[in-house]
Design a protein around this ligand. Structure first.
Ligand code: GLN
Length: 483
């Protein structure tokens, strides 16, 4: 039963082949058996899961239906869950039980989804390897000596290991797409404003966006349907109707114009990944797509701009964690200053402290113009590049990451080396565009992802292309040995 996708689960529940309660028990047992190897969960919510599963079964017995009614999922541990620890992967929030549900959590619960637990993540979503978590590193099910990607590494590892069919995640600079690529999943970062950020603990508010991680595009469509939509409690959430994403999956790709940016094929890209990217283009050509080389001339500035803007916003967002109102407080503070200094010094890990310092520096009076303002100007140029490209093509295709997953610990002493791995993903966040990563092959037994980018609110187009690709390839069906 653990092999079923969300779409198959929905059919099985509708046909009364099994109940949500039965399925939930199977998956909880599987998590108990296998997760000690992976460390993909921070908290399990067995009681809540069984209560929700029974309620979903009762709703179905009463004639209700719905693709998520009774479907087991998990939430990245930065979505607030009422009465349940919401740690954000940090000692700072180790004892924090959220007093309310995030909009995403509430919407999915209302649709009948069953929450199995809260997944591990990089501390405050800062990272690309899931090694900065206070709760320890997550292992990649494809090779337990390798990282699963980050910051949504727990959600990715759990879904890839078939502990559950799908999970929520968030993407500030690639944290849905990059772990999807590293674990052979499909992950979608929606358009900025498509999914409510209310109750999602902020990293960089102008970049953060929640979205689905699953095995297939078809399942991403189902989960996104439950997450997307206007929320008056998030002032940046956009009041646009939510299309039927599942209905968009079956469109023909005849005449689809794919743009492949020439800047993507620089020296930093593993040539074996370049070959798999071009193989995916050939596959889409067989389905009727036409390919065109395009240019994104300001791409080279994306990493420096992102690593100014994201830390700047983080330094501001994380100022609320001061040991006074909630979260970690140091023992026996001597005075107020000591309370602030030690609570923050002891509560935050090294990567979070580095970002706060970089961000505070970039925003400081003497350097604001030189760094923060400059980065915002670059951000606009990057957006303009995309707008020009989307005048010529319908979709942009390239690698999700320049390299496959790396060994645990390999980049710990060199944060810049890890930052450079985000080169293909951060541009979508800077521009606010939707992006999807889908499985496209293997290098040395490790999965490789191809990234698709589309114009604002064209999540349906991304899901359509990925679904058609998945109907004609079997990369996404490969299962890691032992799981
Ligand atoms: N790897 C990027 C960072 O460390 C992106 C993280 C994210 O998307 N949350 O900032």
């Amino acid at each position: 039963m653990h092999q079923l996708t969300l779409a198959e689960i929905a059919r099985g529940l509708a046909d009364k082949k099994f109940s949500s309660e039965e399925l939930t028990k199977v998956l909880l047992a599987r998590i108990a058996q296998l997760d000690p190897q992976l460390n993909s969960f921070i908290s399990l919510t067995e009681d809540l899961a069984l209560t929700q599963a029974k309620a979903a079964d009762a709703r179905r017995a009463n004639g209700e239906s719905g693709a998520l009614l009774g479907a087991p999922i998990a939430h990245k541990d930065l979505f607030c869950t009422q009465g349940i620890r919401t740690s954000c992967g940090s000692k700072m929030l180790d004892n924090f039980k959220a007093p309310y549900d995030a909009t995403v959590v509430a919407k999915l619960a209302a649709a009948g989804a069953v929450t199995l637990g809260k997944t591990n993540m990089d501390e405050f979503a800062m990272g690309s390897a899931n090694e900065s978590s206070y709760y320890g590193a997550v292992k990649n099910p494809w090779n337990l000596e390798y990282v699963p990607g980050g910051s949504s590494g727990g959600s990715a590892a759990a879904v890839a290991a078939r502990l559950l069919p799908a999970a929520t995640a968030t993407d500030t600079g690639g944290s849905i797409r990059q772990p999807a690529a590293f674990t052979n999943l499909t992950g979608l970062k929606p358009t900025y404003g498509r999914v409510s950020r209310w109750g999602m603990i902020a990293f960089a508010s102008s970049l953060d966006q929640g979205g689905p991680l699953a095995r297939t595009a078809e399942d991403c469509a189902i989960l996104l349907q439950g997450m997307a939509g206007f929320d008056p409690q998030d002032s940046t959430c956009i009041d646009e109707p939510v299309p039927d994403y599942s209905a968009s999956l079956n469109g023909s790709l005849q005449g689809l114009r794919i743009g492949v940016p020439k800047e993507y094929f620089s020296a930093g890209l593993d040539p074996r990944i370049a070959d798999l990217v071009m193989a995916s283009v050939e596959e889409l050509k067989k389905l009727g797509a036409v390919v065109k080389e395009i240019s994104l001339p300001n791409m080279q500035h994306a990493i420096p701009a992102y690593y100014v803007i994201a830390p700047a916003e983080a330094s501001s967002n994380l100022s609320r964690f001061d040991g006074v109102r909630f979260g970690y407080r140091c023992e026996a503070p001597k005075n107020l200053e000591d309370l602030y200094k030690r609570s923050r010094g002891e509560g935050f890990g090294a990567e979070v402290q580095r970002r706060i310092m970089v961000g505070a520096y970039a925003l400081s009076a003497g350097y604001y113009d030189a760094y923060y303002l400059k980065a915002q100007k670059i951000r606009r140029l990057i957006k303009n590049d995309f707008m020009a490209a989307f005048n010529e093509v319908d979709i942009i295709l390239g690698p999700t990451t320049p390299n496959p997953a790396w060994k645990l610990g390999a980049k710990n002493s060199d944060p810049i080396a890890a930052y450079l791995e985000d080169v293909y993903t951060v541009t979508a966040n800077l521009a606010g565009l939707p992006g999807l990563s889908m499985p496209a092959g293997f290098v040395d037994g490790l999965p490789v992802g191809v990234q698709l980018l589309a114009p604002y609110f064209q999540e349906g187009r991304l899901l359509n292309v990925a679904h058609q690709y998945q109907l004609n390839t079997d990369w996404h069906t490969r299962t890691p040995t032992g799981f």
